[in-house]
Design a protein around this ligand. Structure first.
Ligand code: FRU
Length: 486
């Protein structure tokens, strides 16, 4: 008897049951990294939205907690953010600092147009229980039907809160002294970036430039909704520039469209708030799906998973500042070493891996820039997922046309590519494979691709092929990641 696969990842967060989409309200407090999420607790497809809740203490192991926010008289609970109100600007915390969630109320009635507005909830007990603010909503707008996904942060220089908010195909910036009273500062997005779909889930934060810590830039993340055309569906875009507390001014490099992820399945991602200064990292997580087929993916009695937690960084390149993305170092804590080879010819690698059976694992592969190669993961009798590099065109690809189940949507089985930016002589791919996903970080995080896959049961073989069998030496590291996460 062959059981239907459930496809729950070994080291990715997914809800214990029912539907999940965007990550919400990520905030750190007292040793806990909170992750709230768009959740429909009565079904395995999108429906009336709640905020589900999970925490992690090490960015790898997750514990799901009871639902944090439920729909009320103002509507259902759409995406938003959370902050620690350290200085009690809200007056909610006379005794000690606590959490404030800033989220969208989505009000859909049969007899009038949809209304979206921004509201507050606060918690005195590390996010375990929440009180909706009696003055909700705190920000409304009559003439913007798409008016959602507030991401809020404290701006030191101007000593006030800043909110970035998605409005149609623009991002509106607001400021506030107390999270309750908001004034509009500026609007970003005209004549710049990709406008293929509605703009959603913005984020704005400052990052130092690697290797030149006295220099910094601001990064604006904007997710682009699925417009039903083309093959891509929904995807995440980013801009770099300057921010003076009122206006985000994109830099030269942002005149070009830039994708945070070149795969199909990383959407609505934003960063954690209130990471302690001595840590200083900008931590990010995305929803590992695509609106094109999110409601149809063949998982068990749950649907939707997050990416692994990633660190975002900036580097200076000849064409301007660009975003880098790497798995957080904490992920290494669950590695079980399987194999390591240095300067090995293809034949030797092949011999070393031919008996391996792995489902959830990490591959690191380094080889010369001139070498075209392909790695086959989750390979079984009927197919595999192909991850490869074409050296001539300097392209990275994922081919999931034969990766397993794909009949649930006509746009799922495809092959997609991204330009590599290998700077040193060596090319590196770091590949995280799990039960139903692959995440590829090329060249220290310069090019990233995240894809869902639904392999046939038992597809656990690993293979390596190359265009020229006798060319190239490989550095290989393989780590099992399946055992250590409950
Ligand atoms: C993005 C999004 C948000 C919205 C939420 C609703 O995926 O469409 O704009 O707040 O999902 O679930």
């Amino acid at each position: 008897l062959q059981l239907k696969p459930d496809y729950r990842g070994a080291y990715h967060f997914s809800p214990s049951r029912c539907w999940m989409n965007d990550p919400n309200g990520m905030v750190y407090l007292d040793g806990e990294y909170h992750l709230f999420f768009q959740h429909h607790p009565h079904g395995d497809t999108w429906g009336p939205m709640h905020w589900g809740h999970a925490i992690t203490r090490d960015l790898v192991h997750w514990e799901e907690l009871p639902i944090a926010l439920e729909p009320d008289e103002h509507g259902t609970i759409f995406s938003g953010s959370a902050v620690v109100d350290w200085h009690n600007t809200t007056g909610f915390f006379p005794e000690k600092p606590g959490l404030v969630a800033i989220f969208t109320h989505h009000d859909e009635q049969p007899d009038r147009p949809v209304r979206q507005s921004q509201s507050l909830a606060y918690s005195h007990d590390r996010g375990r229980t929440w009180h909706k603010y009696a003055g909700n909503p705190v920000l409304t707008c009559e003439d913007r039907p798409d008016f959602r996904d507030p991401k809020v942060f404290w701006h030191e220089l101007s000593s006030r809160w800043i909110m970035v908010l998605a409005c149609g195909q623009r991002i509106a910036l607001y400021h506030s002294p107390d999270l309750k009273n908001w004034s509009e500062s500026s609007v970003f997005g005209q004549g710049i970036g990709c406008h293929d779909g509605v703009w959603e889930c913005p984020d704005l934060f400052e990052l130092p430039i690697e290797g030149a810590p006295e220099l910094s830039r601001w990064v604006m993340l904007v997710s682009i909704g699925d417009n039903g055309q083309g093959a891509e569906g929904s995807r995440p875009q980013y801009f770099t520039g300057h921010f003076d507390g009122e206006v985000f001014l994109p830099d030269e490099a942002s005149q070009q469209i830039r994708w945070l992820d070149h795969g199909r399945d990383n959407y609505a991602g934003v960063s954690w708030s209130d990471i302690p200064q001595q840590d200083g990292r900008r931590l990010y997580i995305g929803w590992m799906s695509n609106w094109r087929y999110a409601n149809q993916t063949p998982t068990g009695s749950w649907r939707g998973a997050m990416t692994i937690v990633r660190e975002l960084m900036l580097e200076m390149t000849p064409t301007g500042v660009q975003l880098l993305q790497r798995p957080v170092h904490e992920l290494a804590s669950i590695r079980q070493p399987v194999l390591r080879l240095d300067h090995a010819p293809l034949d030797q690698v092949r011999q070393a891996i031919q008996q391996l059976q792995l489902e959830s694992y990490e591959w690191i592969i380094r080889t010369g820039k001139e070498v075209s190669f392909e790695i086959q993961v989750r390979a079984g009798a009927a197919g595999c997922t192909r991850i490869g590099v074409d050296a001539d065109s300097a392209q990275l690809y994922i081919d999931r046309t034969q990766s397993g189940q794909s009949a649930f949507h006509k746009d799922f089985a495809n092959r997609h590519t991204a330009l590599l930016q290998t700077i040193q002589g060596e090319r590196e791919l770091r590949i995280l494979v799990d039960t139903a996903s692959v995440e590829v970080f090329a060249d220290q995080g310069r090019t990233v691709m995240t894809d869902l896959i639904f392999p046939e049961p038992g597809a656990n073989r690993v293979m390596l092929t190359a265009a020229q069998e006798d060319a190239g030496l490989y550095h290989i590291e393989l780590y099992d990641l399946s055992g250590s996460v409950s």
